[in-house]
Design a protein around this ligand. Structure first.
Ligand SMILES: Nc1ncnc2c1ncn2[C@@H]1O[C@H](COP(=O)(O)OP(=O)(O)OP(=O)(O)O)[C@@H](O)[C@H]1O
Length: 217
């Protein structure tokens, strides 16, 4: 989990640049989140939240700049840095032939999660009956619960979650909130969520993407 001896910020971004097609999404984005907390990045549709979170998680490369996790450069020390984080991407970009059980085993092998933590979340999200269902045959809501369970079971100090509450039923939302409450003093959680009521319910600190972009690089 959190390396309390480490002095480097949990997550730091230096002069990040990204262009998609003809559009410059980020010119030179720099910021740091040093302490354990829950942060919700807010911006209008199409502003670049998914693009940012994908780069923070190392799932997409920036055109310029660095992402550092506890001082580890995500591009240069890729494996070591990537083990510092768990990522719930938008949608469900998982091989359709994998079962829920196979996905959880893979995620646990990356993060060294305890089987007990994973089993507990599977039970609480009520996805036990789907453990041997392939992702291609799951509803999106069920598939998302497997992604949430694998990330929340991990001991990674940084969690990055794109729209984690999308499609969650009321009971699962309560489980998710409970999990975040347990993590808020132990690590950094960066998420997006369009619903202001859910932002309040989860008790996140909201950060406007436009304000991050306004910080001089
Ligand atoms: N492959 C691509 N080529 C060109 N433009 C792209 C490409 N992928 C995304 N974009 C554009 O990049 C911008 C940022 O997209 P992104 O998905 O990061 O926004 P977002 O803030 O997450 O939006 P939403 O709130 O709708 O999820 C959008 O304007 C989108 O149209």
């Amino acid at each position: 989990m959190l390396n309390t001896a480490a002095t480097a910020p949990l997550l730091q971004v230096n002069q990040l640049g990204k262009q998609l097609g003809a559009r410059v999404i980020f010119r030179s984005l720099s910021f740091a989140w040093a302490q354990p907390e829950l942060v919700c990045v807010r911006a209008p549709n199409g502003a670049g939240k998914t693009t940012l979170l994908t780069m923070l998680a190392g799932a997409a490369l920036p055109d310029a700049g660095q992402v550092l996790l506890q001082g580890l450069d995500l591009a240069r020390s890729r494996e070591q840095a990537a083990r510092q984080l768990a990522f719930v991407p938008d949608g469900c970009p998982i091989y359709p032939f994998l079962t829920g059980r196979e996905w959880l085993a893979f995620a646990a092998s990356v993060h060294g999660s305890s089987p007990a933590a994973s089993d507990d979340l599977v039970a609480r999200f009520q996805i036990t009956p789907h453990l041997d269902t392939r992702f291609g045959a799951m509803s999106l809501g069920t598939a998302r619960k497997f992604l949430l369970a694998s990330a929340l079971a991990s001991d990674a100090p940084v969690l990055i979650m794109d729209e984690p509450t999308n499609g969650l039923d009321t009971r699962s939302l309560a489980v998710f909130k409970d999990c975040l409450d347990q993590r808020r003093s132990r690590g950094l959680v960066v998420l997006t969520c369009h619903d202001t009521q859910q932002q309040q319910l989860l008790g996140v600190r909201t950060v406007e993407l436009a304000d991050l972009e306004a910080v001089p690089a």
